[in-house]
Design a protein around this ligand. Structure first.
Ligand SMILES: NC(=O)c1ccc[n+]([C@@H]2O[C@H](COP(=O)([O-])OP(=O)(O)OC[C@H]3O[C@@H](n4cnc5c(N)ncnc54)[C@H](O)[C@@H]3O)[C@@H](O)[C@H]2O)c1
Length: 432
C-alpha cells in the first residue's frame, strides 16, 4: 500500500520505517527541512536502537522516501497517518491539538481520491470527529474515512514494539476503512498480534486510559517504596510479591524517580482535562499527577538529607539524564526538575549520558557535560544514578575513583547495597 506519515519524529519515523520494511511504499513527511535532509543523507536524527540500519536498508531499496512536500505526498498516498506532536497546551492541562488540525487542513486540500486519514498521534476523544468536520469542508463524505490507530511503542524498544505489538487497536466508524486497516496490519496479525476493532472514540480513549493506568502503577509502587524506606522493608520484595499475582502483573512495578517522558505526564493531564469537558471527575488520575509531582520534591529532600543539608559547593554527578534508558528523549525527564533545583542551591553538577550532552541543560548555572563515566565520578561528592542504562550496571566505582570515596544514590536500585558498601562507598537507594 502507499502510505504517508506526516510528522517524522519518534512515532512517525519508526512506524514509517517499519511499514516500509513490511513491503509498503512509505513517504515520511516533515516540515523540519533539516530533519528531512539528514534522513535523505542516511542519518537518523533521533537515538533509537536498530533504527538507523532499517532506515538505510529501506531507503536504499526505494520503499522509503523523505519529503517536506505534504501536498504531493498526500496526493500520492492511500493511507495518511498523522504523527505530529500533541503537547500540553501552554497555561492549561489540555492537549494542544493545533499541529493535528493544521495538518488536517493541509490534507483536506489534497484529497484527489478515496483516502484513509489516521491519527497515530495521541489525541483526546472526539478529535477524530473534529478532523472529519475539517475534511468535510472541502471534500465529499465518500472521499475519505477518519480512523484512530493509537501507537503503543516505547522509545528504546520501538522497533520491537512495532513489529511484535501486544495489540493493534483500530477505531473506525465504517467498514471500508476497517477492512483496509486490518489488511495493512495483516503481516503483524498473522504473527500473533491481537487485533481490536472499536468505534473511533473508544480507540482514542484506550490510548489515554492505558497511559494513565501505567502511570498509576508506577506512582503506586513509588508510594509503597516510601513506606518501605521508613520500615526497613525492601521494595523489590514487594514488587515481586504483588507482581506474581497474575491479576496485577510484575511490569511497571519498579520504584524510582518520578515518571517522565513524552507521554505519561502530558497524557495524564489531558485525560483529566477531557473528562472535565464531559463533567467527569477523574480523581484517581488527578492524585497520580500530584503524587508524581511531589516525588521529585521528595527525592530532592532525600538528597538534602544525604548531604547533611549542605548542598552549596557540593560536586554532584548525574549518570544518565534522559527519562529512561535507550533514548535521547529529555521531554519531562525528572532530571529537568532535579538539576535546576540543585544548581540553584549552589551545587556544582556534572553529568554523563550515553546519548551525549543535552541542550535543555546548557543554560543552567554550574552544570557541565563530561564524555566519560570516569570523568563524571572521579572528584564527585555524590553520584546520582538517574537513568538505568546497561552502561552503568557494572561500573567498578572503586577502580574509577581510587582516592576519593563519594556517596552513591542509586535511584534505580541497580546495584547490590552490600557490594557497594564493601567497596567503601556510602550507598542509598529507593525503598530499601
Ligand atoms: N514518543 C513516543 O514514545 C510516543 C509513543 C506513542 C505515542 N506517541 C504520540 O505520537 C505523537 C508524536 O510523538 P513524537 O514523540 O513522535 O513527536 P516528535 O516531536 O518526535 O515528532 C513530531 C514531528 O511532527 C513534525 N510536524 C509538526 N507539524 C508538522 C506539519 N504541519 N507538517 C509536517 N510535520 C510536522 C515535527 O517537526 C516533528 O518532527 C504524539 O501525539 C505522542 O503523544 C508518542
Amino acid at each position: 500500500m502507499k502510505l504517508c506519515m506526516i510528522g517524522t519524529g519518534y512515532v512517525g519515523l519508526v512506524s514509517g520505517v517499519c511499514f516500509s520494511d513490511l513491503g509498503n511504499d512509505v513517504i515520511c513527511v516533515d516540515k523540519d527541512l533539516d530533519k528531512i535532509q539528514l534522513l535523505q543523507n542516511g542519518k537518523v536524527p533521533i537515538y533509537e536502537p536498530g533504527l538507523s540500519e532499517l532506515v538505510i536498508k529501506n531507503y536504499k531499496n526505494k520503499r522509503l522516501k523523505f519529503s517536506n512536500d505534504l501536498k504531493k505526498s498526500v496526493i500520492e498516498s492511500d493511507i495518511i497517518f498523522i504523527c505530529v506532536g500533541t503537547p500540553t497546551k501552554k497555561g492549561s492541562s489540555s492537549a494542544d491539538l493545533s499541529q493535528v488540525y493544521n495538518v488536517a487542513k493541509e490534507i483536506s486540500k489534497s484529497i484527489n481520491k478515496y483516502k484513509i486519514i489516521v491519527t497515530k498521534s495521541t489525541v483526546p476523544l472526539t478529535t477524530g470527529d473534529e478532523i472529519e468536520k475539517i475534511l468535510q469542508k472541502k471534500n465529499k463524505k465518500n472521499k475519505f474515512s477518519v480512523v484512530s490507530n493509537p501507537e503503543f511503542l516505547r522509545e528504546g524498544e520501538a522497533i520491537r514494539d512495532f513489529t511484535y505489538p501486544d495489540r493493534i487497536v483500530i477505531g473506525s466508524n465504517d467498514k471500508r476503512s476497517s477492512k483496509l486497516m486490518k489488511s495493512l496490519y495483516n503481516p503483524l496479525i498473522s504473527k500473533g498480534a491481537q487485533f481490536l476493532l472499536t468505534q473511533r472514540r473508544a480507540a482514542e480513549l484506550i490510548k489515554y486510559a492505558s497511559n494513565s493506568f501505567l502511570a498509576t502503577k508506577i506512582t503506586f509502587i513509588n508510594e509503597i517504596a516510601n513506606l518501605c524506606e521508613q520500615t526497613g522493608i525492601n521494595v523489590e520484595d514487594i514488587s515481586i510479591g504483588i507482581g506474581l499475582d497474575k491479576r496485577i502483573g510484575g511490569r511497571f512495578l519498579r520504584a524510582g524517580p518520578a515518571y517522565g517522558g513524552s507521554c505519561f505526564p502530558k497524557d495524564t493531564k489531558a485525560i483529566v482535562s477531557t473528562a472535565e469537558k464531559f463533567k467527569i471527575n477523574l480523581s484517581l488520575v488527578k492524585s497520580v499527577i500530584k503524587s508524581n509531582k511531589d516525588r521529585s520534591k521528595l527525592l530532592l529532600n532525600r538528597i538534602n538529607k544525604i548531604l547533611n543539608k549542605k548542598i552549596r559547593n557540593k560536586k554532584i554527578t548525574f549518570l544518565g539524564v534522559t527519562f529512561k534508558a535507550n533514548t535521547d528523549d529529555m521531554r519531562d525527564s525528572s532530571s529537568l526538575v532535579m538539576i535546576p533545583f540543585l544548581s540553584k542551591k549552589g551545587a556544582l553538577i556534572k553529568y554523563y549520558d550515553p546519548t551525549g550532552s543535552k541542550k535543555e541543560l546548557e543554560k543552567i548555572k554550574n552544570v557541565s557535560y563530561v564524555d566519560s563515566i570516569k570523568k563524571a565520578v572521579e572528584s564527585s561528592d555524590l553520584v546520582i544514578l538517574h537513568t538505568e542504562w546497561n552502561d552503568f550496571k557494572s561500573i567498578n566505582f572503586k577502580s574509577l575513583s581510587k582516592r576519593k570515596k563519594f556517596i552513591i544514590y542509586d535511584m534505580r536500585n541497580i546495584y547490590s547495597p552490600n557490594k557497594i558498601k564493601n567497596q567503601g562507598f556510602k550507598y542509598f537507594s529507593i525503598g530499601r
